[in-house]
Ligand binder design. Structure first.
Ligand code: ADQ
Length: 764
């Protein structure tokens, strides 16, 4: 930095000096030229006014008159004197001051006589600098009779020029000092400060000592454009370090835990040269416009966390609905864009849907039909023929995009996500029997009787059975699915291997329990206050004082059992009044699918229920329920997870439920109790949670009391066991096992042309 400053200052001084010297030189030249011209003009004027009288006296042969005349003019400024010569070079008259200077006729006078024309010459006579202006003298017949020399002292020009040089030099010196000082100040404020802060930040990252508070990008001032690049670089470094640490821990524990890096290696080895394409409704990055700026939004979604490392590892393509208001501005002419925006590693292909398509396919068939059909939560599914028609149309749109993205690749691998795309696997396999296609169903699969009410159950099942692999969270959903197929379609089911054979195509049905990225959850370490003070701080922000805190984090969905949870809290306060003014429950509630009347009403209902219970029990500085009705960032949610005594997941039915697992992953302090509905997929894995039936309000209230009164050792033991399980059964394991299983599948590349492979449903 010092060398940089010196060099910078040196260059500035040199540059400023050079420019100033050149401009001073020019100024001096101009000044000198002006003074000389002025002198020449004065000599000419004097010559003109003298000539007539001098010629007359000269002709009359009156040297005394001539002498007097010249002496009368001799006191002009800078004039040394005047001398008159005849044609023979004899001095006729001379002013006294000039006597010593001109001992004989100057050559300029000789030349003026010879050429009969005025002459001027700047000359030196000993130590004197002079200007001689010579002019010929004529008689009345206009014949030349002699010459006259008017001599000026030019010494003052040199004095003047030196003064200009001196002044310029002083000005340059002052300028240099000011410029140097300003440069030093700029260096200090604009460069040294940000660089020092950046260095400190990077050192903290390099040494792994960056706390959550210090991990944000500092203000890099003029280096701001670099900051983003360095931040991405630092992020990779952080991941590499945590991966290395995890690897080391694994080696130490002789265990095999999945990490993003391991998944990447695994995926590359399994895929070989195959191209990987993921299809989901939700996109991993959406763009929105905030004034003049484009903002990138990464949805808080387990699906994105799980699939992104897979796509990154093999430069695949992710096909999704472009739902951001500025999404169209950021794609190329093929509706593609490289992502992640900061460090592009794979391609996002956006599909555009009209409002009618979105209403019919997404809100209608998927969320008013299939969602309540698959969740036993006593909300009646709505099946409209128009929605079904949009569902087929949009499925076709996504399948076509997937086929287009894989048209130049042999044996592509396709991962289709969720209940929005039940028909896509068949649509792809009909045209590309060589493709490996998996569909993962993120929600439960109900029993055959429940599914049977769907007017298009056979079409949906047939669409799904186009896949080589159908994945669910838990074995029970696989079993329900196979039983449904058994009842509804002609097929052969192998209960030993969990496969379905239909028209020469075999589909594997397997459980892949989804999970979270265990290492993503911040460990605040010792730099932030412990759970007790963080809890008090969190509650204080909402104007509440309490000893115990519970937390719930949900989309406001009728399957999540939020009203049941609130009733259980009310029952707890009724039955165990000691918890009044002691226990507060924070419900983080993200409004969801509010286009649908049922969801819209539910949001009002849940809020009204929270208000009712609050009004019943609240005091000046305490209330039982803090209802936070908005989407929160993952970072914000973690604070609540960390400081809660109890997390409540009371879903009436849930495929897995990631909130339960997120709560466990966030508890680096190995404290806190999880209350978990037995109707979630997670309940099959997390046996150390307090399992409840959310319909049993008294039972759930009892579970809250039990959780709050639980012995710390028991809390710790349960939490440790569940955290160990989640750390081993993380999101990367989910993606790794799904891809491994899919890549083992023998495809139907039987040589049949696509048309031959197609079979109509009616033939089944
Ligand atoms: P969801 O029904 O959405 O997922 P869940 O598994 O609980 O349910 O995941 C919700 C996610 O959204 C969590 O990551 C949670 O942190 C986040 N979230 C919830 N409320 C939020 C809020 N207010 N602000 C911000 N984020 C919030 C479906 C199935 C599940 C299955 C998942 C994954 O219904 O059963 O576990 O897919 O397969």
């Amino acid at each position: 930095m010092r060398i940089l400053s010196l060099r910078l200052i040196g260059s500035l001084i040199l540059g400023v000096t050079l420019i100033s010297v050149l401009s001073s030189y020019y100024e001096v030249q101009v000044e000198e030229h002006g003074l000389r011209s002025d002198l020449v003009r004065r000599a000419e004027v004097l010559g003109e006014s003298l000539t007539g009288n001098v010629e007359r006296s000269f002709e009359q042969g009156a040297p005394r008159d001539l002498q007097r005349l010249m002496e009368r003019f001799g006191n002009r400024e800078h004039l040394v004197g005047i001398a008159v010569y005849d044609l023979l070079g004899n001095r006729i008259a001379i002013t006294p001051a000039l006597t010593e200077l001109l001992d004989r006729e100057p050559p300029t006078v000789v030349q003026a006589i010879q050429e009969n024309h005025e002459q001027g010459e700047f000359a030196r006579k000993g130590a004197n600098a002079i200007y001689i202006y010579a002019l010929p003298l004529h008689n009345r017949q206009d014949q030349i009779e002699g010459g006259m020399a008017i001599v000026h002292d030019t010494g003052y020009i040199a004095v003047q020029t030196r003064r200009v040089w001196r002044e310029t030099f002083l000005r340059v010196l002052a300028e240099m000092v000011i410029v140097t000082l300003i440069t030093l100040l700029i260096l200090r404020w604009s460069l040294s400060g940000p660089i020092a802060r950046a260095a400190q930040w990077m050192r903290a990252l390099r040494t792994g000592r960056a706390s959550a508070r210090h991990s944000a990008i500092p203000d890099w001032d003029v280096f701001q454009p670099l900051a983003r690049e360095v931040a991405t670089f630092a992020e990779s470094l952080k991941h590499a370090r945590s991966a290395a640490e995890t690897e080391a821990q694994l080696r130490e524990a002789a265990e095999s835990v999945w990490t993003a890096e391991r998944l990447a290696v695994h995926v590359r080895s399994k895929l070989g040269n195959s191209r990987l394409v993921a299809v989901s409704n939700r996109e991993p990055y959406s763009h929105t416009r905030r004034g003049k700026n484009l903002e990138v939004i990464v949805p808080a979604s387990g699906l994105v966390t799980a699939l992104e490392p897979v796509l990154k590892a093999c430069d695949g393509t992710w096909i999704a609905h472009g739902s951001g208001d500025a999404d169209r501005e950021t794609v190329d002419q093929n509706n593609r864009l490289p992502v992640p925006p900061d460090d592009p590693r794979y391609t996002l292909r956006r599909i555009w849907l009209s409002q009618e398509e979105e209403e019919g396919y997404y809100y209608g068939f998927a969320n008013e039909g299939l969602w309540p059909l698959c969740h036993i939560a006593h909300t009646r599914p709505l099946f409209r023929a128009s929605d079904w028609s949009y569902y087929q149309e949009v499925n076709r749109k996504f399948a076509d995009a997937a086929l287009e993205e894989t048209k130049d690749n042999e044996q592509p691998v396709l991962l289709v996500q969720d209940y929005h795309f039940a028909l896509v696997p068949r649509m792809i396999k009909q045209r590309r029997p060589d493709a490996r296609v998996a569909i993962f169903w993120h929600i439960p699969w109900p029993n055959p009787e429940a599914f049977n009410i769907c007017p298009w159950q056979r079409e949906l099942l047939d669409g799904l059975l186009g896949a080589d692999l159908v994945g669910f969270h838990v074995q029970a959903h696989c079993n329900n699915f196979l039983q449904t197929v058994d009842r509804a379609l002609e097929s052969q089911i192998n209960w030993e291997h969990f496969t379905v054979k239909r028209r020469d195509h075999r589909t594997l049905v397997r459980p892949f329990p989804i999970s979270v990225d265990f290492n993503e959850f911040e460990n605040p370490g010792t730099t932030t206050p412990g759970a007790d003070s963080e809890r008090a701080e969190v509650l204080k922000e909402h104007g509440v004082e309490a000893i115990f805190m519970g937390v719930g984090v949900d989309r406001v969905d009728y399957t999540k059992g939020i009203p049941e949870r609130f009733l259980a809290i009310e029952r707890l306060l009724e039955q165990y009044p000691t918890f009044q003014q002691q226990f507060t429950f924070v419900q983080i509630a993200a409004p969801s699918r509010t286009h649908i009347q049922r969801y819209h009403d539910l949001l009002d209902e849940v809020e009204a229920e929270a208000n009712r219970i609050n009004q019943r029990f609240q005091t000046a500085n305490w209330r039982p329920i803090v209802f936070l009705k908005r989407q929160h960032s993952h970072h914000e949610i973690q604070r609540y997870y960390r400081s809660a005594d109890v997390c409540m997941v009371t879903s009436l039915h849930d495929g897995m439920n990631l909130v339960a697992k997120e709560f466990l992953a966030a508890r680096h302090d190995e404290d806190g109790v999880l209350i978990l509905s037995r109707f979630t997929g997670a309940a099959r894995e997390l046996r150390d949670a307090l399992l409840v039936n959310p319909y049993d309000i008294d039972g759930t209230a009892d579970a809250i009391r039990r959780a709050l009164a639980m012995d710390p050792d028991e809390r710790k033991l349960r939490m440790q066991r569940m955290r160990k399980f989640i750390s081993e059964h993380n999101i990367y394991r989910w993606a790794g096992s799904l891809i491994a299983e899919l890549c083992e599948v023998r495809t139907d590349a039987t040589g049949k042309k696509p048309e031959e492979a197609q079979t109509s449903l009616s033939a089944a």
